[in-house]
Write a protein that binds this ligand. Structure first.
Ligand code: HEC
Ligand code: HEC
Length: 325
């Protein structure tokens, strides 16, 4: 009997300490660097190109109209997105903050080092973990030079005072996000720019192609061996959509050539093509942003996708509605 009591007490103690640890755990982080980025016109141009057409930061950090194809940005760019909730497949409330240079509600009071750390290492100014909808895992690969360019461009956005609600995650997601962030351990460089598979690999990572076009396992980890084979599901209040297979198999991009690939993206360059669409037929793929990518960069991505191992996986992009006849 005594043994049972002691056993129970120990078990309770273990559970309580575990819960206490889980509620106070802090992510792995390092102090933000003291770098001060010297703003040059060249860096700003590079940053504008990356933010608007490659990494597509503003699509999340702005309000969008889901009744138009590609959900174009409406209102002040960068002043904060609408919160996502369970209906969007989120474990709680997730709100993309204001990243314009407003001092009180945006990034105006942040140092360059703090912004760079948030983008690539996944913690906010106070060292708290960011929910990984902010794709810092992919951005970790952003070179120092490209991250600096992004900071210069963000600082040039028109400031807008706009308080955005704070994210509020359910337990245990609120604990698990503290395990994501990890400090960088040294300088990050990118392959030389050009229409090469190596540079295409860099772009396909920082632009989120890999993240969105790879399915997740039951623990929300990307399926190993199925990179770029599609099948990731995007939930929204309007319905579900899945990403297609981008590997060079007949069920993927096997029959595409570079010209068709580039054309498909650049077809959305004309803003007039922002056509009304039922939100249930809309797409999370940032077509409108990518339309501004150069043919050379799209060519590099295509060159990279073409040399992946083909994966035989046919994806039904829009699964039939559950009650469909
Ligand atoms: C897929 C959506 C998405 C994209 C793309 C995205 N973000 Fe975020 N970002 C978020 C969300 C959501 C948060 C808030 C996370 C949280 O509350 O834990 C966030 C947080 C941040 C923060 C921290 C701000 C604060 O007040 O704590 C910064 C800085 C930031 N993002 C910058 C960027 C930049 C720069 C880019 C492009 C390089 C970018 N984001 C791309 C969704 C996104
Ligand atoms: C936010 C998630 C997301 C990101 C980021 C994303 N995609 Fe997609 N992509 C999708 C979804 C979902 C679809 C299917 C719906 C559609 O066609 O718009 C799609 C469709 C496509 C198609 C059309 C294929 C076909 O058979 O018609 C191509 C090509 C493509 N993506 C390539 C890319 C490339 C290259 C990148 C990176 C530059 C990328 N995607 C980034 C989600 C994403």
């Amino acid at each position: 009997m005594k043994k049972l009591v002691i056993g129970l007490a120990l078990a309770t103690l273990a559970v309580v300490s575990l819960l206490l640890y889980m509620s106070t755990a802090r992510p792995d982080s390092r102090p933000a660097s003291s770098v001060k980025v010297a703003a040059t016109e060249q860096l700003k141009t590079r940053g504008a190109y990356l933010v608007n057409h490659v990494v597509a930061c503003l699509g999340c950090h702005s309000k969008r109209d889901w009744n138009l194809f590609g959900a174009p940005i409406v209102g002040h760019p960068g002043s904060g997105g609408s919160c996502f909730n369970e209906r969007w497949g989120m474990p709680g409330r997730v709100c993309p903050p204001n990243i314009t240079p407003d001092k009180a509600s945006g990034l105006g009071a942040w140092t360059d080092g703090e912004i760079m750390r948030a983008i690539r290492e996944g913690v906010d100014r106070h060292g708290e973990a960011l929910f990984p909808m902010m794709p810092y895992g992919a951005y970790r690969n952003l070179s120092d030079a490209d991250t600096e360019a992004i900071v210069v461009y963000l600082r040039s956005l028109k400031r807008r005072k706009a308080e955005v609600e704070k994210s509020d995650l359910d337990f245990p997601a609120s604990f698990f996000i503290t395990l994501g962030p990890a400090p960088l351990s040294g300088p990050v460089t990118a392959p030389a720019q050009g229409k090469t598979a190596a540079y295409g690999a860099y772009l396909a990572t920082i632009a989120g192609c890999k993240e969105c076009h790879t399915a997740l396992d039951s623990s929300h980890r990307p399926l190993v061996g199925k990179e770029f084979a599609g099948g990731r599901t995007f939930k929204s209040p309007f319905g579900e959509v899945r990403s297609p297979n981008l590997t060079p198999h007949a069920t993927g991009l096997g029959s595409w050539n570079e010209e068709a690939f580039v054309k498909r993206f650049q077809a959305y360059r004309d803003q007039a093509s922002a056509t009304p669409v039922h939100p249930g037929k809309n797409t999370p793929m940032p077509w409108l942003e990518y339309a501004g990518m150069t043919a050379e960069d799209l060519g590099a991505i295509f060159a990279y996708l073409k040399q992946l191992s083909p994966v035989d996986q046919r994806i039904e992009v829009r699964p039939p509605a559950p009650n469909a006849p």
